[in-house]
Write a protein that binds this ligand. Structure first.
Ligand code: ATP
Ligand code: MG
Length: 448
């Protein structure tokens, strides 16, 4: 016969035991244990079972309703493009970039644009005083009643300001200057930056407010840069550009709400960073090319941009140097090895420097052919025609490979008034640009 289950409960502290005890072992009360009835035991079992039911359970994906993402425009078409169509409420966006590139300028301008449309915006600065920001706001036409400034470095003060007001967008300038008292390390350290980002993420998600965080990058990476946060935030954008030129590129690096291949192009002027109206002629010299310069057209997201590749090949005194700005150094090494092998050029005794004008960093392999043309032009000290563009990816075997979006690139070449292009394969669509086919590195020389 099955033994009847018994359960005793302390009337004083609620401690339960299967055996009767004269004194409760939990609260030391004498004679407080009473036996529970069968109904009471069954009720306890049911409530404990239902409490396990309330813990989240996995569901088939077909039964799940997707989140509605209602984006809103930032007032800058270029920023909206990079974000994938506008700002997503509750999203955390990190904008990184080197000093002076224009991070604060861009975000203050966006804050101003939105405040103009009566959105309540908070701009938190740990780097500059409110007076300094006001000065910039005057220049950017961002003086509007619903833009609030907070010059503060203490995270708990920033969080309580966010909690107490109904802001619709928040800018943090910058993450490295904020300080959380709960973490003992110094502002800007990896632990601080992580803790602060985590708290900001929680508040963004719970209050459904978009937050933009500015982060500094250092060249040597010794200080905690935004790179440690990249996995924590929803979107990571990087500002690129030569501070000597007016153009700035905002590149998507990660985006949980859209594609990352789009690039925003801005122009820096005294009214701040504005959407670039036209990229035509901004990245190259239209009139005449010096020896060592070659033109190509790269795709930045969905847009073709004509750029100038500059090369300097000079006799080396000692160990031959190879250095490139805006172009991958390893790829440069590969192209030089190919030129030595296929064209018998003694480049091992020459220093080679490559620069992409306008501060652009090339990720598109279609610029390989232009790099080769620029190197040859500098080596032979012969100018290339300012009307010819070079397009093609070069393989390790010296073959020139087909490139993507050829028709779109040729259209841009035609629109900008160029007449000739050296390309890897015949264009499918009709074009007025005279095309020369170069399917091998050695053929490039014929078109120079
Ligand atoms: N009066 C002005 N007219 C035109 N351009 C200006 C003017 N004042 C500043 N700038 C430009 O703005 C840039 C500084 O921008 P900003 O302060 O937004 O950069 P940042 O990326 O926030 O820099 P930091 O890392 O120091 O915070 C300067 O490098 C300069 O090119
Ligand atoms: Mg700044």
């Amino acid at each position: 016969m099955a033994k009847k289950k018994t359960l005793f409960e302390c009337q004083s502290c609620g401690f339960q035991s299967p055996r009767w005890m004269g004194k409760c072992t939990s609260c030391n009360e004498w004679e407080s244990m009473i036996e529970l009835s069968t109904e009471q035991i069954r009720y306890l079992k049911e409530t404990s079972r239902s409490s396990t039911h309330s813990t989240p359970k996995a569901k088939p994906i077909t039964q799940i309703k997707e989140d509605d993402i209602i984006r809103f425009a930032s007032g800058s078409k270029e920023l909206d493009l990079v974000l994938g169509g506008g700002i997503v409420p509750g999203s955390l966006t990190l904008i990184g970039g080197s000093p002076g590139v224009g991070k604060s300028t861009l975000l203050l301008k966006i804050a101003g644009n939105l405040a103009k449309k009566e959105k309540k915006i908070l701009y938190v600065s740990g780097e500059e005083s409110s007076g300094q920001i006001k000065l910039r706001a005057n220049r950017l036409d961002a003086n509007h009643n619903s833009l609030y400034l907070l010059s503060e470095i203490n995270l708990s003060s920033v969080l309580s300001e966010i909690n107490n007001q109904n802001y619709e967008l928040i800018v943090i300038d910058s993450i490295q200057t904020l300080y959380s008292e709960e973490t003992p390390s110094a502002p800007g350290s990896v632990t601080q930056v992580r803790t602060i980002t985590f708290d900001l993420m929680r508040i963004a998600k719970s209050l459904h407010i978009p937050i933009f965080i500015i982060g500094h990058i250092t060249k040597d990476g010794s200080i905690a840069g935004p790179r440690v946060l990249e996995h924590m935030v929803d979107t990571v954008l990087y500002f690129e550009g030569d501070t000597n030129s007016d153009l700035r590129l905002l590149r998507g690096f990660k985006n949980r709400f859209g594609a990352t291949n789009e690039v925003g192009i801005f122009e820096m002027n005294k009214e701040g960073l504005n959407d670039a109206k036209s990229m035509a002629g901004k990245f190259f010299n239209k009139e005449k090319l010096q020896s060592g310069s070659a033109l190509t057209v790269i795709m930045e997201g969905s847009r073709p941009i004509i750029i100038e590749v500059q090369a300097l090949v000079s006799e080396s005194y000692g160990h031959a140097k190879r250095s490139s700005t805006g172009f991958d150094n390893n790829r440069l090494g590969m192209l030089l090895a190919l030129l030595e092998k296929k064209l018998d050029l003694p480049l091992g005794t020459y220093d080679v420097f490559i620069n992409i004008s306008g501060g652009i960093k090339i990720n598109d392999p279609s610029a390989d052919l232009a790099v080769i043309a620029a190197i040859l032009s500098s080596y032979k000290n012969r100018e290339l025609s300012a009307k010819t563009l070079f397009l093609g990816e070069v393989s390790l075997t010296g073959e020139i490979r087909e490139i993507s979006s050829l028709a779109q690139r040729l259209k841009e070449i035609q629109t900008q008034g160029f007449t000739k292009a050296v390309i890897p394969n015949k264009p499918i669509e009709k074009t007025t640009v005279k095309c020369f086919i170069a399917d091998e590195v050695s053929k490039v020389v014929e078109w120079m």
